[in-house]
Design a protein around this ligand. Structure first.
Ligand SMILES: [Fe+2]
Length: 474
């Protein structure tokens, strides 16, 4: 992310007033290595690999402001499976700023919205006046590198034992960083990314080849004239798909004490289909909606592009406080026709959901199921239900566990079998009744039947964001 002007020196945040710093969210400063975890049920023998999940976990009490989910240090949690056994470990993502704060014994940088950066009286000359890296959103593996990802910032490479190797700029080709939600094409092995910025060009896209070298350097997306918040993307065989809602960065307002982000619902939401061959984007405009996460997109046989996503009336609902008249976030399907410019939107489910995921082995191609999590209990602070929806047929299954806070589902495929019924939905869940967590494995063929295995993690893993299953082997 490009740098912002510095604000005044901030005061500590009263953490008792921030829900996302308490309860199931409360950060931990302990790094564990726990072997031979208890398994209730039976671990599928086919599964050999590691599940990784990232999430905001501030090492020290925040200064000035704390904006969930962007602020906070990254902490990556790992559940290793193999040989019928399970292990757990967690590590901070050790950025230069976090190391400086560890040396100081307290926070030196403010939260994102406060815009304070320490000067050379507080930190080394190389760090003075820089923004803090925030690789706390997601984690992926590409070209043999495990990347802890920030929101439009440079990723950090992690070793197999989760120690931080260092900043990844892709040979200097992507110095401004990438989205926290890159998409890895299982057909080509390419990693497609975008990056927004506060200065022109406000939005670019790039391609990293399967060898880890940049194939397409940052390419401006024509038609984006303002700094705009965009969190996720999708790909198809033909297109990069970006949903561009009217949610703008307003640095002038932030500098005078207002909000850094401005929602303009009267402007409509636009969707860009950017041909992967490098030709100019095709824009579509719909009624205004906000989207944090896309599930997947694909090119349909009739020439249209299908985009499954979670649609909000406005971005404010991300914190669970729905505004009067706002619908809750729901799974929706856009059908875009590049020949006619026509757009159709259909609601795919009545569940209020987030964290949509598919079997990543068909990413960019037709999928027949999307897993999400939903809060079934009225007023719940987090999801207690896993929902699997087929937007094509309307088929839906769910499994609820009121005693658990269930995190993003990730598909663990049987490496010997591409059949999507022969896999498992894995999810890291926090126990609401005890100071411990569970890694759940629900069979893809019958998620409503509940987990076939529950791995007991004898510590509380703070609620977090996104993750990935990384099978062992080529
Ligand atoms: Fe996200």
């Amino acid at each position: 992310m490009t740098s912002l002007p510095a604000g005044p020196h901030p005061v500590p945040v009263d953490v008792t007033l921030v829900p996302e710093l308490n309860g199931l969210f409360a950060p931990t400063s302990t790094e564990h290595d726990l072997g031979d975890l208890e398994v209730v049920g039976e671990l599928p023998a086919e599964l050999d690999g590691v599940y990784l999940r990232n999430g905001p976990n501030p090492r020290f009490g925040p200064l000035g402001s704390y904006s969930y989910p962007l602020d906070g240090d990254g902490m990556v949690h790992a559940v290793r499976l193999g040989g019928g056994r399970a292990q757990y470990a967690n590590r901070f993502v050790e950025t230069p700023a976090l190391r400086a704060e560890e040396r100081a014994g307290h926070a030196l940088w403010s939260g994102l919205m406060t815009m304070y950066m320490p000067d050379a009286t507080e930190v080394s000359p190389e760090l003075a006046g820089t923004r803090k890296d925030l690789p706390d959103i997601n984690v992926v593996r590409h070209a043999g590198r495990t990347l802890a990802l920030a929101e439009s910032g440079t990723p950090f490479v992690l070793s197999d034992d989760l120690s931080t190797i260092g900043r990844e700029t892709f040979g200097g080709s992507l110095p401004a960083g990438i989205t926290a939600h890159p998409k890895i094409d299982p057909r080509t092995g390419e990693m497609l990314v975008f990056c927004y910025g506060f200065r022109e060009p406000f939005l670019t896209w790039s391609v990293v080849g399967p060898d880890g070298a940049v194939r397409r350097t940052p390419t401006p997306v024509a038609g984006v004239e303002r700094p705009t918040m965009i969190h996720d993307m999708a790909i198809t065989d033909r297109f990069v798909v970006l949903i561009v809602a009217p949610y703008y960065f307003d640095i002038g307002a932030a500098m005078s004490g207002g909000s850094l982000l401005s929602w303009r619902p009267d402007e409509g939401t636009r969707i860009a289909l950017i041909p992967r061959d490098g030709s100019g984007p095709r824009w579509f405009t719909t009624e205004t909606f906000w989207c944090w996460h896309l599930a997947n997109a694909y090119d349909d046989e009739d020439g249209s592009v299908v985009v499954d996503h979670v649609a909000y009336d406005a971005p404010d609902t991300q914190d669970g406080t729905e505004h009067e008249g706002d619908d809750p976030p729901r799974l929706a399907r856009l059908r875009l026709d590049p020949r006619t410019g026509a757009v159709r939107t259909d609601r795919s489910s009545e569940w209020r959901v987030e964290f949509p995921r598919i079997d990543d082995r068909v990413l960019g191609r037709r999928h027949d199921r999307i897993a999400t999590v939903a809060a079934r209990t009225e007023g719940a602070d987090w999801a207690d239900t896993l929902v699997v929806t087929d937007p094509g047929s309307g088929r839906e299954a769910h499994w609820s566990a009121p005693e658990l806070a269930i995190g993003e589902p990730v598909f663990l495929g049987d490496p010997t079998d591409p059949d999507p019924d022969h896999g498992w939905w894995g999810s890291l869940a926090v126990d609401r009744t005890a100071d411990l967590s569970w890694f759940l494995l629900l069979p893809a063929a019958d998620p409503a039947g509940g987990p076939v295995a529950r791995i007991r993690i004898p510590v509380r893993v703070p609620l977090g964001l996104h993750g990935a299953w990384l099978p062992t082997g080529p």
